[in-house]
Design a protein around this ligand. Structure first.
Ligand SMILES: NC(=O)c1ccc[n+]([C@@H]2O[C@H](COP(=O)([O-])OP(=O)(O)OC[C@H]3O[C@@H](n4cnc5c(N)ncnc54)[C@H](OP(=O)(O)O)[C@@H]3O)[C@@H](O)[C@H]2O)c1
Length: 331
């Protein structure tokens, strides 16, 4: 922890907080952990004792003077109501993805953060891995010729029946949980001005949530994109960019472990090459980027934050369009 470290409170002792974000935060010189909050006081106490910080309830966390910023990993439907409370309390907000269950919810958060002069970041960590900047550079250099299509997927096996992702009232479903990754990757590489041309969702009759789906999108420049997502597949998290002269594939695109050395595969008519890139810790990089923005005095109205927040809202607009366009079939 550095002298000017951003002091975090954790709102909800969630699985991703404990597995990923808290370890990344504790390892970060620009960050310090002040308190963890849970609905269950005993759970908060046990975790706080393990981590050497204070234990609180949700509302109490927001009144603490030793908390500068809140990391919020609640179920998705609670992101906007609790995110607005965090911002109203004058704390910077690192919010788990997706930002909201609607575009209007995402816009409300941006407005509230801008009004209060606070940093608001959606914790998509994959864009913080340098492998995607390498892909963008190869694309800009014309390594693939003219780009014709993007194809991205994020799928994994079924979860326990009690998981928040099977609860529609908590913002469950594979589009909001997994589909947002390839959608955001398409935005990153093709631009935010994508439109939705069609979609299908496989809906589970018991829970009412979509457990798989796909969508077709098209960029303003006429590049075609398709995304697949689901909770009923073997694991896969990849994308392929297909150009007029070559095809580039990124495997482990969204959740590479910090020790994973990414391999970019470029295929042409007469040969294939593989570029092994340095490993990168996207979880630490995301926290570092957030604490740097706070330390630099940025806020949601600052020009440096504009592109990220525009993409955050655009993802939710695209999610809404995917839902509207969807042909629904029984899973
Ligand atoms: N960035 C990423 O790579 C990534 C990865 C995984 C998940 N996520 C996102 O993080 C969020 C949490 O996911 P998770 O897998 O960590 O979920 P989780 O383990 O189920 O945790 C959710 C936490 O929210 C709190 N909570 C408050 N009200 C709740 C309610 N009515 N039902 C259930 N929990 C409630 C609970 O904390 P207390 O019991 O302590 O109050 C619970 O531990 C989701 O929005 C998800 O999309 C992001």
């Amino acid at each position: 922890m550095g002298p000017q470290a951003v002091r975090f409170g954790i709102l909800g002792c969630s699985s991703v907080a404990r597995r990923r974000s808290i370890p990344a935060l504790l390892a970060q010189p620009g960050a310090a952990l002040a308190a963890v909050a849970s609905r269950d006081p005993e759970k908060a106490k046990a975790i706080a004792a393990e981590l050497g910080c204070a234990a609180t309830g949700y509302d109490e966390l927001l009144t603490r003077d030793d908390v500068d910023a809140v990391y919020l990993p609640l179920p998705t439907a609670l992101h906007v109501p609790w995110g607005l409370k965090v911002l109203a309390a004058g704390k910077h907000l690192l919010l788990e993805k997706p930002s909201a269950t609607s575009a209007d919810g995402a816009r409300q958060l941006v407005r509230a953060a801008a009004d209060r002069g606070l940093v608001l970041r959606e914790n998509f960590t994959f864009p913080h891995h340098a492998q995607h900047a390498t892909v963008a550079r190869l694309l800009a250099e014309g390594r693939l010729g003219q780009l014709r299509s993007f194809s991205g997927a994020f799928c994994f096996p079924p979860l326990p029946a009690t998981d928040i992702r099977y609860d529609a009232a908590l913002g469950g479903g594979s589009l909001l949980d997994a589909g947002v990754y390839p959608i955001r990757a398409a935005q990153l590489l093709l631009g935010d001005d994508l439109t939705v041309a069609g979609s299908s969702l496989r809906v589970d009759g018991r829970t009412g949530v979509d457990v798989a789906g796909h969508a077709l999108l098209v960029s303003a420049a006429g590049v075609l994109a398709d995304v697949k997502f689901g909770f009923e597949h073997t694991y896969g998290a990849s994308y392929t960019l297909w150009g007029s002269t070559a095809r580039l594939t990124v495997d482990r695109a969204f959740t590479p472990p910090a020790t994973w050395q990414p391999v970019l595969r470029i295929e042409e008519q007469d040969h294939t090459e593989e570029h092994v890139l340095p490993a990168g810790d996207q979880w630490s990089a995301a926290i570092a980027s957030f604490t740097t923005a706070v330390a630099a005095g940025h806020h949601a109205g600052h020009p440096a934050e504009a592109a990220g927040l525009r993409s955050m809202v655009r993802t939710m607009e695209l999610v809404e369009d995917v839902m509207r366009a969807a042909t629904r079939v029984a899973a």
